[in-house]
Structure formats: C-alpha cells, structure tokens
Design a protein around this ligand. Structure first.
Ligand SMILES: *Cc1c(COP(=O)(O)O)cnc(C)c1O
Length: 441
C-alpha cells in the first residue's frame, strides 16, 4: 500500500497562514519532485512554479551547479556552529556578498529566515544607538511604512503594518511610527517631530511585496536615504523579497544608488534551496560593538543553524550561477516581455490594476466580498490549468523563477488570464446568499 500523504497531512499537519478548517476540506496537491520551472505532484502532473516556491527560487529547481555544490558539501560536513567556530563556506560567502552589495556594507551576520534577518537588523540598530551614548541612548523607536511586511517574529511584526496578520498581536508589540509609503513629506514630518527618539527607518526598497506589490514612485528610496542622513537616523533596507535579481538588478537599492546602513537578505540568497539569511552592516555599525568582553558591547544574538554549511554552499553555488548563466542580463528581455503581456492583463474588465517591477507582479482584482476568496478561486483555476500561484487576498501574485523560459512565461500569463476569467465567471454574485455556497469552492 502506498502511503497516503494527503491523509497524513490532514491528520497531523498545521500549515502556515492557513485556516485549517477549510484546508481539510480541499483537494490537496503533494509536491514530490521538481525540475526547472516545474513542480511535479503526486497526481503525476507538472505545474509551472508561478511564485518561485514562495518568492525564493531563482535559477529553477534541480539546478545542476547548486545540486552538485550541496552533495559536495555533504561529503565534508552538513552542520557545525558559527558560535566560537568558523567554516570555509561562511567566510567565502561573506566576502562574495560584501563584493556584490551596495558600497559600505562590509559585515555579514547570518541567520536563517527573512524574519530573523530583520529582527537582527532592528536589534543591531537599537543596541548601536544605545552604545553610541549621550543623546543617542534615547533613540529607541522605529519608523516603518504603512502596510509594510518584515516577517512574523514579534520584533518584525512590530514594524509591520498588515492588519490582517498583525492585529491579534498588537498588545505584544513595541511602539513605532508608520509613514505613508511614497510620501516623502510625511516621513520628513515624522522624523522632525521624533528626531531624537528614532533609531532607524526600515523599508522594503522599491516594492512592498506582501502589501500586494505596492510600487514606490521613482526617487522615493533616494529621498528616504537623504532624510535618514539629515536626521542622523539609520536606514534598514529589507531586500528579503527584492534581492537577488527580482526587480531586474541584483539588489533593488542599486536602482536609486542607495546604500543602506543595514541590509536584510534571505529568500533568494540560496537560490531557493536552503533556509539562510544575512543581515549586512556597515563598518561604522560593526565598530560600535567592539570593546573588551566585560564592556558588554557584544551582540547577544544567534540561532543554532546560523550560517549552516550546506546553506552557505547552496548560496555560493547560486552566486556562481548568476555569473555562469548570466542570469541578470538574460532576465532583461524577459522583463520586457512580461511587461508587454501584462498590458493585456490590465485590459481585462475583471482587473482593476496591475502593479509590477521586474519579476514582481501583483494583479489587483479590486473589491470582492472576502467570503468569496476570489484570489484563492483564481489559484484553484490556475491549478486545473497547470500552474501554481498564490494570491495576497484578492491580488494575484506572479513571481516566476528568473530562469523561466519565454514560452513558459507566456504560458504562465495565459493561464493566469484564463483563471481570472473562469474564477470571476463562476463565483456567485455579491448579492447571493453566501451561506449556501459550498465552502472554498
Ligand atoms: C518574506 C519576507 C520576509 C520574511 O521572510 P521569512 O523567511 O518568511 O521569515 C521579510 N521581509 C520581506 C520583505 C519579505 O518579503
């Protein structure tokens, strides 16, 4: 008897960001293998990986170079610790990242997810200000953007602004100031009012992903950097989603010639192979933590799997692939093609707005009754047609691997359009009695 994994799942698993009551009643896809831009499920079908396995796959699945690097590393050691020891991969990767990152970011602190990368950046900024002494010890608060998303740990949730995710935890969160995205004047007012108590401003550069692909106006990031300098506040750029080619350049910051004081990396860092994150810091911040052990300037933070050797090997191989596959150069015509294809999507009567930057796309279906789960319906239709996508509410997200072929990119957009048409045609009208509808059709 083959093992029924879907049944084991229903019996024992608890999924992230998922209402388990509806999950249990839905048909389940179990992914067993993958190759290139395709996921292969237990139903024997191949599905286009339209959101890069949650925004992290870069060069496709089963990339020969990354596969080989991982098995070579397995011949050496799977895990040792960064607490009190070093290893070649961690050191080499740090040097490569310093080389690639915007100028001035000279230090790499590893952790294992985007949430921990931002958590680390917040704690570093806070402790740095405290250790500067004098007036700066009063710099204890943070400024973030409305609808920001920086992860799910309590610190990163504190600087997040997505009510659906964060309201429940409000009593646990620290105080922050929320700035209107894209509004330079508003940020300037906040900083001049609270100048002496702000430790850092944290932003997702160019595009706020989880907010539904909110694209900032040109020049905004540059202006944020200038305001931070004017008010003596640190700038944290969270490139967990935008990093590693997503917006068309290696890092989004490059597009506005901005170098942050702290840079958060995760998702695409290992090409989408292993959980690894990095918080990069300037030498000035790093030096603020130096002193004799008894001075208590140490950064007391670190996770057990921090800088895991397998993960570092995958990340190094992914950076090699960027060079050997010329990923960024070969991405440019695909970004143009995608922009063309999206013009047709924007013309659909069911679509209110398409927001995109490089290979990050949000197709906004406008206002629907949340009970209809319109975005989710589109996902189910796409699945029938051979593509895996995952929406943010009623915003359909497309984030294919950078390595996707032009024909697969066309296919992904076609499937998405058909699925939007089918889902909106099939959904009941807003006035119908929702109570009679089968759950999560
Ligand atoms: C996904 C994401 C995070 C959180 O990363 P995890 O690895 O899921 O913890 C943080 N910031 C941004 C901008 C993200 O998109």
């Amino acid at each position: 008897m083959p093992v029924d994994h879907a049944q084991l799942d229903r019996d024992h698993l608890w999924h992230p960001f998922t209402q388990q009551q509806t999950w249990r009643e839905e048909e389940m896809l179990v992914i067993e293998r993958a190759k290139g831009s395709y996921l292969i499920a237990n139903d024997g079908n191949r599905y286009l990986d339209g959101v890069s396995s949650l925004w992290c796959n870069v060069h496709g699945h089963r990339h020969p170079g990354i596969d080989r690097a991982l098995s070579d590393q397995l011949d050496k050691v799977a895990h040792s610790t960064m607490l009190g020891l070093s290893h070649p991969g961690a050191a080499e990767l740090a040097a490569r990242l310093v080389d690639l990152a915007p100028p001035g970011l000279s230090r790499v602190f590893y952790s294992d997810s985007g949430s921990t990368a931002t958590e680390v950046a917040l704690k570093m900024a806070f402790q740095y200000q405290r250790q500067r002494g004098g007036q700066h010890v009063r710099r204890t608060s943070f400024v973030h953007l409305r609808d920001a998303y920086h992860g799910d740990t309590i610190g990163s949730v504190s600087v997040g602004g997505i009510d659906l995710f964060h309201t429940t935890f409000r009593p646990l969160l620290f105080e922050t100031h929320a700035a209107e995205p894209g509004d330079v004047e508003h940020l300037s007012r906040i900083l001049s009012t609270h100048e002496e108590e702000v430790a850092a401003v944290i932003v997702e550069p160019l595009v706020q992903g989880a907010a539904g692909m909110i694209v900032h106006p040109p020049g905004y990031l540059r202006a944020v950097r200038e305001l931070c300098d004017r008010f003596g506040v640190l700038l944290i750029c969270d490139e967990v989603a935008t990093g590693f080619g997503r917006t068309g350049t290696m890092f989004a910051c490059e597009q506005e010639d901005v170098a942050p004081d702290l840079l958060c990396l995760a998702k695409g860092l290992t090409g989408g192979y292993m959980p690894l994150a990095a918080t990069m810091a300037t030498e000035r911040i790093y030096e603020g933590f130096l002193g004799a052990p008894e001075e208590q300037r140490t950064f007391f933070h670190g996770h057990t799997y921090t800088g895991n050797p397998l993960a570092c090997a995958a990340a190094l191989a992914s950076l090699d692939a960027f060079e050997s596959d010329q990923s960024i150069a070969r991405l440019q015509p695909k970004i143009e093609l995608l922009a063309q294809l999206l013009e047709t999507v924007e013309g659909m009567p069911q679509v209110t707005e398409v927001r995109s930057r490089g290979f990050m796309v949000g197709i906004d279906l406008g206002e629907h009754d949340p009970a209809l789960r319109m975005g989710h319906r589109v996902t189910l239709e796409a699945r029938r047609r051979g593509a895996i996508i995952r929406p943010l509410g009623d915003v359909v997200v497309l984030m294919p691997p950078l390595s996707i072929s032009e024909s697969d990119l066309r296919r992904l957009v076609e499937i998405t359009m058909e699925s939007i048409a089918a889902a909106t045609a099939r959904a009941p009208s807003q006035d119908e009695d929702l109570g009679r509808m089968p759950q999560a059709a």
